[in-house]
Design a binder for this molecule. Structure first.
Ligand code: NI
Length: 173
């Protein structure tokens, strides 16, 4: 396993649409292992492959936030049905460091996906897990949570992150 670099906004790569995984083989499992390690290290509760520069439809999530880890792996996730009732969470994202905003999303979602072993599974998620799955699935479409904010708020955040990035690239020798 290896910790990989997480891409941050504004990076055009994050806007790319990810493609389906054809087969869950050892390469994909290695990718999932790396994603999990990168996510725990960050730390975060969810990560999409595109965030480490791999445009494949792979997501890892672990909501446990304690010693006993309970990782979840989703390959080629598809929403079967979403609830009409929304819930609101204050969201952040490892690709939008230090920024948080309230986002409304369907409170429940029923999804199908392939698991770590390539087996077809279905899951009915609600609350935080439903929000997290939908946030990560947005990454697969090149969508970030800041896209749901007003233009003003979004521009403010992107400007701030661009400045931070420039400062990081600066070197003094
Ligand atoms: Ni994110």
């Amino acid at each position: 396993m290896a910790i990989r670099k997480i891409l941050t906004e504004p990076d055009p790569f994050l806007r790319q649409k990810s493609t389906d995984v054809e087969k869950v083989d050892n390469n994909i499992r290695k990718l999932m292992d790396d994603m999990l390690e990168t996510m725990y290290d960050a730390p975060g509760i969810g990560l999409a492959a595109i965030q480490i520069g791999v445009p494949k439809r792979v997501i890892v999530i672990d909501l446990s936030r304690d010693e006993k880890k309970t990782p979840m792996y989703f390959v080629n996730p598809k929403i079967i049905v979403k609830s009409e009732i929304n819930s609101t969470y204050e969201e952040g994202c490892l690709s939008v460091p230090g920024q948080f905003a309230e986002v409304d999303r369907p409170d429940k979602c029923h999804i199908s996906y392939l698991d770590y072993n390539g087996q077809k599974q279905e899951l009915k998620a609600e609350g935080l897990l439903a929000t997290c799955i939908q946030h990560e699935m947005d990454h697969l479409e090149g969508i970030l949570f800041i896209d749901y904010l007003s233009k003003l708020k979004k521009n403010f955040i992107v400007k701030k992150l661009s400045k931070q990035k420039k400062a990081l690239e600066r070197i003094i020798v």
